[in-house]
Design a protein around this ligand. Sequence first.
Ligand code: CMC
Length: 464
Amino acid sequence: MLSPAYCAKHSPRRPTCRSRWFQAVTNQMKEIPVSDPKTVKLLDGSSNRSSDLPLISGTLGPACIDIGTLYKDTGHFTYDPGYGSTASTKSAITYIDGDAGVLLYRGYPIEQLAEHSSFLEVAYLLLNGELPDKPQFDRFEHQITHHTMIHEAQRNFFHGFHYDAHPMAMLAASVASLSAFYHDDLDVDDPEDRKMAAVRLIAKMPTIAAACYRYSIGWPFRYPRNNLEYVDRFLHMMFEVPSEPLKLSPVATKALDLLFILHADHEQNASTSTVRLVGSTGANPYASIAAGITALWGPAHGGANEAVLKQLEEIGTPDKVASAVLRAKDKSDSFRLMGFGHRVYKNFDPRAKIIREMCHKVLAELGVNDPLLEVAMRLEEAALKDDYFVERKLYPNVDFYSGIIYKALNIPAEMFTVMFAIARTAGWIAHWIEQHETSGSRIGRPRQIYTGADVRDYVPAGRR
Ligand code: CMC
């Protein structure tokens, strides 16, 4: 259980957080009926059928009603579009308390990992459940470093793409094509094969991502340099040109590593749920993660970082902020403030808080004076004061400031979601592995409420 001391230190709304913590514990106790501490009775008045539904609890968070037997007991199933009240799985990887603005990877607060850890260490943690000791980390880093190359035939695939293809389109296709290179020795039921797939994916993702970028600007591809660490190796593959040596900036390395940590996992978001849904069919990890990449691309999810930057550029100057906020509130207009709002965070996205601070630091250290930062700050200020955003608990999310940092690192807007995908690969594959390690996992198969035509007879074409 999160201690009030932790909440008090890390939440932007300290007293509220503490009282919410006690409230959550009290509510959990209230939900459990005294007569039968572990079930909730659901009575269907129309048929007099009832179901005793077990209440199940995780390590943290509210108790859940297990409705697995509901259909068998009552003949009804549940309706929850967007899954606002539905847990699709148990998972020991990441915990979010959206009301308190808390995010934990394997129990470790994101603030601590952001301050002290590295992306590769976080990837190990997500995959294995524990932080590595020095020999474990060295072995993991060695494995990642020695699986960064992609098959020459796969490099050739890029030449089949149109010159202006979106990097996310190329990334999804290229990751799916890994299935065509690593299928012979892959048994999804073998733990060692699953681990090897994880290493390959985390290792090759930056190589593929950099190739997507370089193809789009007509530069020759670069091979991964084993003498560089994960982030520097990626930056080298992105920016090195044959004509002059590349000077890597420690500020850029640190900033990117931190962004990768913050994006590494986020429990059952749309792309991770997609990976798990595809994985539940027994599909191979490369196919499963390619599906996750396509889900991430949408502007309501990971595509928001690219959309935020485009929106800030469209707004252009601080004096236009008020009209953008007005437009976002207009229900007859589909315009939304990109980088605002979150399904789970109803207080503040803890990642956004870290990125906001980092954004100021990185721009100052790199000597970049980006007028868009001023626009972003005005927009945040205006939205946080506006009743519409306050009532709906719409706060800046992880994508709001990340684009400004990527831009300062010379990463083009079309690559922003690709950057997100590199980091999230660690989380996706950790979930895919966890799913395969969980006994009794079943194929994911939601129900529906049919709203089409009633049964009717076929009418031959001449009589219609
Ligand atoms: N601008 C204006 N109004 C908004 C916004 C926004 N960004 N987000 C939500 N609302 C309004 C929405 O119109 C609705 O109003 P009403 O109650 O009057 O109908 C209310 O707030 C609740 O919104 P919702 O769409 O039901 O909330 P959701 O949980 O289904 O959607 C969201 C969450 C993140 C998709 C949404 O807030 C959004 O579209 N935000 C902009 C896109 C974005 O920044 N996405 C990145 C999410 S974080 C990173 C990630 O997941 O990858």
